[in-house]
Design a protein around this ligand. Sequence first.
Ligand code: SF4
Length: 402
Amino acid sequence: MKTNKADKAGLYVHIPFCLRKCLYCDFFSKSGSDENLQKEYVQALIREMEFYGSRQENRIKADTVFLGGGTPSIMKPALTAAVIEALRKNFDIDTEAEITIECNPATLTKEKLEEYRKDGINRLSIGAQSFDDDVLKRLGRVHSSQDIIQTVRMARKAGFGNINIDLMFAVPGLDMNKWKASMNKTLELEPEHLSFYSLEIAEGTPFGEMLRQGILEETPVETDRSMYHWAMETIDRAGYDHYEISNAAAEGRKCRHNMKYWTFGEYMGFGASAHSFMGGVRYSNICDIGRYISSMSNQDMSWGESFSRQEHAAADCTEMYHVNSFEDSASEYVFTALRTKEGVILEDFRERFGSRFWDVYGRQRGELESFVRSGHVISDSRHIALTGMGIDISNRIMAIFV
Ligand code: SF4
């Protein structure tokens, strides 16, 4: 089984700090801006990068870097610069690499943006979520709609020519008119990339608790789907390529890093809770900032040289370690490829797995064909992909291959 044909990995760095937790958020992050903790955390990140960099006979080649969170832009620029420098020192990063940082509008300044440019960061992903100030308040966001506009303007001035804007729909307080207004304001800013997600209320979040107590209502499925389909048509008219269920890009601006997740590429994650997929092994770090920092400072740098070594599982900071079987890999490949417009390319499947798709999934053919007849799936001699209608029931269709 082969992973990404390009043979270059993506590097992900998790920065688990936010000014304040949003009410719906179940990402691993901690609120507050304790600068000493951030410094210690960055030192631990550098140790982890040195660890993986030094244990490889052949340095890992990467062509994308993604600083995600949390809110990476909360950190002082010197800390961000130290992270990027350590990545460059320990890995072979392409000169043309896509280097993204996730930002919250309330955390950026002209100086920070200029520093990012100097560090070689060439893509900003801005967590806007909505352009309606009431909705932003209800979500517990720390910024206003004006902050978003201001941030995009500052970023353009600082020379950023590749900007993503994240939006959410089906959120409390958002009706169709407000959704349309948010999307239209986003398009006026002419971002190169757009992500639009439907809110899923997770247990353990304040929204989850409000839902349990009956103070909050979920958006009806019909409204959720109307918002999604309206967005799909609008971005299409605006000339964007809707290349993944929740993502659209101007020409040549697909997110190269995220494409690794959807095309079975390799990636290595650093930091608390970060996930990796290298050499057919999936593993993740612990979701605990203190334990992550202490395990990195105790790390024995001398053990192991290959990703497949079971000793990895014994490392203090590892939470999950799983060696993929053929079935795991084939099903993950199909599951993620179906999220993309291209879907599963049958020839690519054969090249990676050394077997023809229908030889592996012959038993699922009948069920899939019923979705073709109902207009939810396209299946021909080249590929298998979801239609616009199919996206609405994507979980049901993908479940065939799990
Ligand atoms: S800014 Fe992002 S990561 Fe931080 S709390 Fe809000 S949604 Fe979560």
